[in-house]
Design a protein around this ligand. Structure first.
Ligand SMILES: O=P(O)(O)OC[C@H]1O[C@H](OP(=O)(O)OP(=O)(O)O)[C@H](O)[C@@H]1O
Ligand SMILES: O=c1cc[nH]c(=O)[nH]1
Ligand SMILES: [Mg+2]
Length: 207
């Protein structure tokens, strides 16, 4: 499985803001948006482009745009904090949604929402979720996509745990991972260490 760690100094600075327990919700969401921009920038680096003729005020030249914009799929709640920024960068993309809440005892994802196109053959998909912990939520989401024919899925996460990366690698699911950090481990409660806490709670408050 292809794993790319975006460790640009500016990405590290935004991730540090998110990790800091003193960062309030508004500053956390702002740092997540800026980090999302950097992760998307790397995720699209090798994307195919289509060229088209255009006129500048001075001369004729060739323009370029993404040949096949990916479907964007934020995983609710925490992935919602990445959705608008990703959509600003790739405005021609469609967006689907998956809602999952991890059971605090079993650590299994409980699905509560799913809004995805029925047919995804030949369609690249970017899944947006700040946290890849056990990997259960991401694996569940990619299975939904693969059932619809997707074979080109990119998981875009701010922080990944080795345990979650291993689960995805062993699942055989069609996925590559773009993350700003591979952290040390999961603790006994399934939280990433050092991590940043519960991303959804830090963005939107505790429910
Ligand atoms: O890799 P996993 O062990 O499955 O954990 C990761 C999931 O946990 C968090 O969501 P959570 O269930 O806390 O829901 P929330 O976004 O509504 O807070 C996070 O946003 C991921 O979706
Ligand atoms: O550390 C973690 C693990 C799962 N979900 C989070 O939001 N944070
Ligand atoms: Mg949460």
């Amino acid at each position: 499985m292809d794993i790319q760690v975006v460790d640009h100094p500016l990405a590290k600075a935004r991730l540090s803001t998110m990790r800091d327990a003193r960062t309030d919700s508004a500053a956390f969401r702002a740092a997540l948006q800026e980090l999302t921009l950097m992760l998307l920038y790397e995720a699209t680096r090798e994307s195919e482009v289509a060229e088209y003729p255009l006129h500048t005020p001075v001369a004729k030249t060739t323009g370029s745009r993404l040949a096949a914009p990916p479907l964007l799929v934020p995983v609710l709640r925490a992935g919602l904090g990445m959705a608008d920024q990703a959509h600003r960068l790739i405005p021609e993309s469609q967006m689907g949604f998956v809602g999952l809440a991890r059971d605090e005892q079993t650590l299994q994802p409980t699905p509560y929402m799913e809004s995805l196109p029925a047919e995804l053959s030949g369609q690249a998909v970017f899944v947006l979720d700040p946290m890849l912990a056990t990997g259960g939520s991401m694996a569940h989401t990619i299975k939904l996509l693969a059932e619809r024919g997707a074979t080109d899925v990119t998981a875009i996460c701010t922080v990944a745990a080795p345990e979650g990366l291993e689960l995805l690698a062993e699942s055989g699911l069609p996925v590559r991972v773009i993350t700003a950090s591979v952290d040390e481990r999961l603790n006994e409660s399934g939280f990433i260490v050092p991590g940043l806490g519960d991303a959804g709670d830090r963005e939107y408050g505790t429910v």
